[in-house]
Design a protein around this ligand. Structure first.
Ligand code: ZN
Length: 284
C-alpha cells in the first residue's frame, strides 16, 4: 500500500473523469490525502473524503490565495491562468469544517491543516510593498498554525523561496507536520527535520537535483506525494493515464521507485516506511 500524502483531485483538472481516477486509485491500493488550497477546494476535499474510504482531507488556505491589493494579478494554479485573486482568511469557516467533520454526523476524515505556508514567487515589485506582502503571508500562516494547534492537527506546509522566514516562524512553535514538495538545500532539510518535520518528496525530484537531500534524509522522515495534477513523473507520461501530462495518485509509485534507487534499498522498504510515516503523522 502507498499513501499519496498530497493530491488535489478536487481541482478542475479532474472534472471530466474524477470517478475513474478515484477508481484507479482504489484498484491500485493507493490511499490519498486530498489537500484544499482555499475554502472552496477545502470543502470539496472534505466531501470527496466523506464519499471515499481511501481518501482523507486537509483544509487550509494556500498563501497565493490571500486577498491583497499589493499586486494586481497572480497565477491561479488551479485555473492555469493569471487572475485577480483573493480570499479573506476566515478562521471560523475553516474551524467549522473540522468541527462538522468531528461531530456525530461527520466522518472524521480531516487529518491536517494545509496547504498553508509562504510563497514569495509572485511578488510586488517595490521593496515597501514586498515587505507588506511578506508580513501579510506570515500573519495568515501563523493564524492557521494556531488553528492546527488548537485542533491538535498536523500541518501541510507549502514553501517557495521563503525557507528562512519559514524556519524563523516554525522554530519557536510546537506544530508538527510536513514540508511538502521540499526543494531546499540539505542544510535546510536538516534544520526542519531537527524541528520534527517530515519532508514531502514528489515528482519535482525529476526536475530539480534533490539527490543528496534524499540520500541523506532518514527514511523515517520522508513522506511521498504527487501534488497532482502537477509535477507528473516522466515515466508516468508513457502510460495511457498520464499521456496527457496530468498527474494522479497512482503515479506516486514512481516517486517511491526513485527514492529506493537513490538510497539503494527496495521499493517495498520505501513503500512500507513512508506508509507508516504517513499513518504516524496523520493518524490514519
Ligand atoms: Zn499542493
Amino acid at each position: 500500500m502507498l499513501i499519496d500524502t498530497h493530491s488535489h483531485i478536487s481541482f478542475k483538472a479532474y472534472d471530466k473523469d474524477r470517478e475513474e481516477v478515484i477508481k484507479r486509485t482504489r484498484d491500485e491500493g493507493v490511499v490519498c490525502i486530498d489537500v484544499g488550497t482555499k475554502y472552496e477546494t477545502s470543502k470539496n476535499a472534505v466531501e470527496l473524503a466523506e464519499k471515499n474510504d481511501n481518501i482523507y482531507a486537509a483544509i487550509g488556505m494556500h498563501p497565493i490565495h490571500i486577498k491583497t491589493d499589493l499586486m494586481k494579478l497572480r497565477m491561479d494554479e488551479e485555473e492555469g491562468a493569471f487572475a485577480p485573486l483573493g480570499e479573506e482568511y476566515d478562521r471560523e469557516k475553516y474551524k467549522n469544517l473540522v468541527l462538522a467533520d468531528r461531530s456525530e454526523s461527520g466522518k472524521n476524515k480531516i487529518v491536517a491543516i494545509g496547504e498553508i505556508g509562504l510563497d514569495y514567487y509572485y511578488k510586488p515589485k517595490t521593496t515597501a510593498r514586498l515587505e507588506q506582502f511578506k508580513e501579510l503571508q506570515k500573519k495568515v500562516f501563523i493564524e492557521q498554525l494556531d488553528l492546527a494547534s488548537e485542533l491538535d492537527l498536523p500541518v501541510i506546509v507549502h514553501c517557495r523561496m521563503a525557507f528562512d522566514d519559514l524556519y524563523e516562524i516554525l522554530k519557536n512553535r510546537k506544530n508538527r507536520g510536513v514540508i511538502h514538495c521540499f526543494t531546499g538545500t540539505l542544510e535546510e532539510a536538516e534544520k526542519f527535520i531537527a524541528l520534527g518535520f517530515y519532508l514531502g518528496i514528489n515528482g519535482i525530484i525529476f526536475k530539480l537535483d534533490l539527490d543528496e537531500v534524499i540520500k541523506k534524509t532518514p527514511l523515517d522522515k520522508i513522506l511521498i506525494e504527487t501534488d497532482c495534477p502537477y509535477l507528473t513523473p516522466p515515466l508516468a507520461r508513457r502510460s495511457p493515464e498520464g499521456e496527457g501530462g496530468r498527474n494522479e495518485p497512482i503515479f506516486v509509485k514512481y516517486v517511491a521507485e526513485r527514492i529506493a534507487e537513490l538510497k539503494g534499498i527496495t521499493f517495498d522498504e520505501v513503500a512500507s516506511a513512508t506508509t507508516q510515516n504517513a499513518k504516524n503523522l496523520f493518524k490514519i
